[in-house]
Design a protein around this ligand. Structure first.
Ligand code: FEO
Length: 406
């Protein structure tokens, strides 16, 4: 990654993380992730968002600052829009290099600077709508955006250029080479479309009502460019990512897309053998199916698919009187991420007695899922059972279409 001027006296800097680590210690990022920071120069210089000491990110940042002839010690303000350590982990080292910098953040942000970094020096609280004059006709305005992603979060806006520094909001997984939306071909756009949804489902989905509030709050600004702290910069068409995030946020309360995600696990193939009639039943109604097997896939991927699907099927056997554990773990994650308002079917085999359905009903009781009658069978799936499964798949697909109004 190299420093790029994105507007007059505003520069994109940062680092691509591609060392194979998990994001937040749990989410796979096979195509990496970018940690974007920004320099805004007036008479004074502001650095917006930082990096963590991860895959040589601080070295990358230092090199890019040097390429702009900026000495770290001469940065006047450090704007911390959000205190999650992917954007602040390098703070203590940064303060050693620049002990006189003024940190700008919200009141809750100040508390977190103390909590994470045991630092109370040089922190100045900014209020919602407060402005900072950098001189030379360059000004920053701060707007609180609580819970997008953490409660202390704010965004920063430069009215002159129309650039919104949105931190996690409007972000995506994936490294960034050419940073602007207008530099990408269709294939790259499709990649960031997929990875912005996966990022949203994994990281932001739980806070969807706050995303909607933030989008409404910022609607009065003349936003000409979205400069997030993960992923690409939206210069040609910022409304694409704003509307995409609005749609993602609306998925929480549904209906989401008229599609069905099948999450399945099978011990000896007896539940797996029911997938073909299930898929045939769904497809007979022309509804798109997404198939995910656990534990073979990390939950990040079925979570993403399930988040955008109005319909879900859980195909799993009973295991020791309860749910097949890998599917149970995924269902737990779906609950934690507030996947609500879904049309749902559960099917599966059992050996000597059931039990999976009882646990499924108990755990999902407060998920606000509308569940069809399940199909369970002992051992192998015979032809009569396959017919029932075909019919339930078809019924679920019809229900999803009605729910989505298609
Ligand atoms: Fe990119 Fe919530 O931190």
């Amino acid at each position: 990654m190299k420093a790029v001027e994105i507007a007059e006296n505003i520069y994109f800097i940062g680092a691509n993380i591609k060392n194979g680590d998990l994001f937040e210690g749990m989410w796979p990022i096979p195509d990496g992730v970018s940690l974007n920071s920004y320099i805004v120069k007036g008479d004074k210089t502001a650095l917006i968002d930082l990096v963590r000491d991860w895959d040589n990110a601080p070295e990358a940042l230092k090199e890019q600052l040097a390429s702009l002839n900026i000495d770290i010690n001469n940065i006047d303000y450090l704007v911390l829009n959000h205190l999650e350590p992917d954007h602040t982990g390098w703070l203590c080292e940064f303060l050693k290099l620049n002990p006189k910098v003024t940190i700008l953040t919200t009141q809750l942000g100040k508390n977190m600077v103390k909590g994470f970094y045991k630092n109370e020096d040089n922190v100045q609280i900014v209020k919602d709508g407060e402005k900072l004059d950098l001189g030379n006709n360059m000004e920053l305005t701060f707007y609180t955006a609580p819970n997008v992603h953490w409660p202390e979060t704010m965004v920063t806006y430069n009215e002159k250029s129309g650039v919104l520094f949105s931190c996690d909001a409007f972000g995506s997984y994936g490294c960034v080479d050419n940073p602007f939306d207008d530099q990408l071909d269709d294939e790259k756009h499709a990649f960031y479309d997929r990875e912005s949804l996966r990022y949203y489902a994994n990281i932001v989905a739980s806070f969807s009502p706050f995303v909607q509030k933030a989008i409404d709050k910022l609607a009065s600004l003349d936003i000409k460019m979205i400069a997030p702290s993960h992923g690409i910069i939206w210069r040609e068409n910022p409304s694409v990512i704003i509307e995409r995030y609005r749609r993602f946020a609306e998925y929480m309360n549904g209906p989401a897309e008229p599609e069905i995600t099948i999450l399945w696990g099978s011990m000896y193939g007896n539940t797996e053998s029911a997938l073909a009639p299930l898929i045939d039943g769904i497809k007979s109604e022309g509804v798109t199916v997404h198939l995910h097997q656990v534990p073979n896939e990390d939950v990040s991927f079925p979570l993403t698919s399930a988040y955008k699907s109005a319909g879900l099927v859980f195909a799993m056997p009973t295991y020791e009187y309860r749910m097949f554990p890998p599917v149970a773990a995924a269902i737990d994650m779906f609950g934690r991420k507030h996947l609500k308002n879904k049309k749902v079917l559960r099917i599966g085999s059992y050996g000597w007695s059931g039990g999976a359905q009882k646990e499924f009903d108990s755990i999902t009781a407060d998920y606000n899922w509308d569940c069809l009658e399940p199909v369970e069978w002992q051992g192998g799936c015979d032809e009569d059972t396959k017919k029932k499964i075909y019919e339930q798949g078809k019924k679920l697909a019809k229900t999803v279409k009605e729910f989505c109004g298609v």
